[in-house]
Design a protein around this ligand. Structure first.
Ligand SMILES: *Cc1c(COP(=O)(O)O)cnc(C)c1O
Length: 398
């Protein structure tokens, strides 16, 4: 990860198709577009590759999450259970609908702890949204069982784990809805973009209309189309979709390359007895986008990060001290710093954040380092990196 590292002629060719006709929009202009429908083509390819009946491309991963929720009828005052370790996009997407993000602990998978989820269910809960962080996944069997018992929707955010599978099925295809980000730093990129995945025909139709001002997309005259319900504009452009077509064709190649690099690093670190790797649920196969491991305590982890820095090891993250991925640094959320007034219902719904503590997650995130696996590394770079990582860690442990 990320796919932009290997951006090349294949991506340029697809974009040039669009530039030649100049039709940058995904809908309409049938006569001018030389038969190119890049967004439609990428949607068909995503359906095929990720084994879902429907894929709806949209403008971003954040939009994809909001649209997925809206398509299933989630909105004002509804509660959505999500992990406290994710990218800020997860709660943004929920709050955009006037719904309430209910943040709960993660476990040694670095994703939702099913027991914490169960304890957070209230009569207002509508959905559980696991986020498959850093190339691996939540325990979808346990979460699905909870959803079935309590009649809740399962909505997967697999933005960081495209290419990973659970019990043989691609992530994003297992819940009622799945969401992908195709932004510039994800395993496959459109530059900017996202996708909603589902096997549910009604949710798909809702997502299709909602992301384009409510257009029903019937017939060939946009002005004459009807608007069965209100929507917004979260369209992807043809230029962005074109990049994604070339990138998706390379997904298997990307995963394979990541697995090679990941394996070298993991085997080297496995020599250090104090290191514990993140748990992958039974039946899971990672996308190998990150190598994530735990050290014995917070202090050691901070020292190892410092040693990594001194040895020129970039792209390793200690999320405990990162502003974007863990609740500890989300003061703008806990203090509800918004540009505009929020409803009383949302303010009340989020007041738990002022006092709630997350000692279980602190214990995992405080001791976790996740290292990005780059596609562009040479074999020599990977082995030299492995050596430096081991030396850095041993220097701290000594
Ligand atoms: C990147 C990301 C998103 C949001 O994607 P954008 O396309 O940048 O809006 C959502 N969830 C997770 C877990 C992400 O990593």
């Amino acid at each position: 990860m990320p796919g932009f590292e290997l951006f090349g002629d294949a991506e340029r060719k697809e974009v040039n198709d669009v530039l030649e006709s100049g039709v940058l929009m995904r809908y309409g202009f049938d006569g001018m577009r030389n038969g190119h429908w890049k967004a439609k083509e990428l949607e068909a390819a995503l359906q095929d590759k990720l084994q879902v009946n429907h894929a709806q491309l949209v403008s971003s991963g954040t939009a994809a999450v909001s649209i997925a929720l809206a398509s299933a009828g989630i909105g004002s005052g509804d509660e959505v259970i999500m992990p406290n370790f994710t990218f800020v996009a997860s709660f943004e997407a929920i709050m955009m609908l006037g719904a309430i993000p209910v943040l709960v602990d993660i476990d040694d998978t670095l994703t939702l702890d099913p027991e914490a989820v169960e304890n957070a269910i209230t009569p207002k809960t509508k959905a559980i949204m696991p986020v498959h962080m850093c190339g691996s996944m939540a325990d979808l069997t346990a979460l699905k069982a909870i959803c079935d018992t309590h009649n809740l929707l399962l909505i997967e955010d697999s933005s960081q784990a495209t290419g990973a599978t659970y019990k043989g099925k691609p992530l994003g295809s297992i819940g009622d809805l799945g969401c992908l980000s195709l932004d510039y730093v994800k395993i496959i990129t459109c530059g900017e973009g996202g996708a909603v995945l589902t096997n549910n025909e009604a949710y798909y139709r809702n997502a299709d209309h909602y992301s384009d001002h409510g257009h029903d997309h019937v017939g060939a005259d946009r002005g004459a189309e009807t608007h069965p319900f209100l929507g917004y504009n979260f369209r992807i452009s043809e230029l962005n979709a074109a990049v994604g077509i070339a990138q998706l064709r390379r997904l298997d190649e990307f995963v394979e390359k990541q697995k090679e690099h990941y394996t070298v690093l993991r085997e080297a670190l496995a020599e250090i007895p104090e290191i514990e790797f993140r748990r992958v649920p039974d039946g899971g196969e990672e996308s190998y986008s990150f190598l994530s491991f735990f050290l014995p305590d917070l202090e050691t982890t901070r020292k190892v990060m410092q040693a990594f820095k001194e040895n020129g090891l970039d792209a390793c993250f200690h999320y405990y001290d990162n502003n974007w991925h863990y609740i500890r640094k989300w003061q703008h959320l806990t203090n509800l710093k918004t540009l505009y007034p929020l409803s009383q219902e949302v303010m009340d719904g989020l007041s738990y954040l002022k006092t709630k503590t997350f000692t279980q997650s602190d214990n995992y995130i405080g001791r976790n380092i996740s290292c990005l696996i780059k596609l562009s590394w040479s074999k020599e770079e990977v082995s030299s990196r492995a050596k430096k990582m081991v030396e850095s860690i041993k220097s701290v442990m000594a």
